[in-house]
Design a protein around this ligand. Structure first.
Ligand code: GRF
Length: 215
């Protein structure tokens, strides 16, 4: 990294890109002192690619290869190469539906973060908002965490709570969680870019917690 203004981010997603948009807006206003150098999706028609192109950002459609939940070796090499070519400092996962491990995490060690729609370690994996509703919890939320070799298991950076209402459906609950995600993710990325977050073992420490943060 060569100073705060030139920190370069990549955002990886497979879906509509609402978290990407929140991060892109925060870069534009200066809340996050960084630029988005590359947006990657494994789904050619994903909204995130369209949202990136609308903003004249580099958007790359990655062919994931033969597996359903991970990248094959060629795809992993291609992804690493594209991110290195774009001189990316941090890799932000925002609904990227492929598990990243091994070589990828080695190359970008300590620089890959993810947002998950539950209060981890509760409800890892798919459709976490639905898992929470089906379980009957009264409070759920979202978590930003570093990515390690497991699924949704890395050190937690920040969390926000969302109450589960009696009248909630999976859709209404997911929408409220996503609104919280869009507040939280840019705050965490700002902290990362400014070098405010330190990790020791499983615990992360904030130098300057964002206002009102439950970190
Ligand atoms: C978010 O809810 C995130 O928590 C999950 O995938 C969803 C992505 O949504 N991992 P979007 O593409 O950012 O709108």
């Amino acid at each position: 990294m060569n100073g705060a203004d030139s920190v370069r981010l990549a955002v990886l997603g497979s879906g509509k890109g609402s978290n990407f948009v929140a991060i892109a807006e925060a870069c534009k206003t200066g809340q996050i002192p960084a630029r988005i150098a590359l947006v990657v999706s494994d789904v050619s028609e994903a909204g995130i690619l369209a949202r990136a192109r609308e903003r004249q950002l580099s958007a790359f459609n990655l062919s994931p290869g033969k597996f359903r939940t991970k990248l094959d070796e060629t795809a992993e090499e291609e992804l690493i190469g594209q991110l290195q070519k774009a001189r990316v400092d941090f890799v932000l996962l925002a609904g990227f539906m492929r598990i990243l491990k091994g070589k990828f995490l080695k190359v970008f060690e300590g620089r890959v973060v993810n947002i998950h729609p539950s209060l981890l370690p509760a409800f890892p994996g798919l459709e976490a908002w639905k898992q929470a509703l089906d379980y009957g919890v009264k409070v759920t939320g979202c978590t930003v965490h570093f990515v390690d070799q497991g699924v949704d298991t890395g050190p937690i950076i920040a969390q926000r709570t969302v109450p589960v209402l009696e009248e909630d459906t999976a859709i209404s609950l997911h929408e409220r969680i996503q609104r919280k995600e869009q507040e939280l993710y840019p705050q965490v990325v700002r902290g990362l870019v400014r070098g405010d977050i330190r990790v020791s073992g499983r615990t992360t420490y904030w130098k300057n917690a964002p206002p009102g943060a439950e970190v």
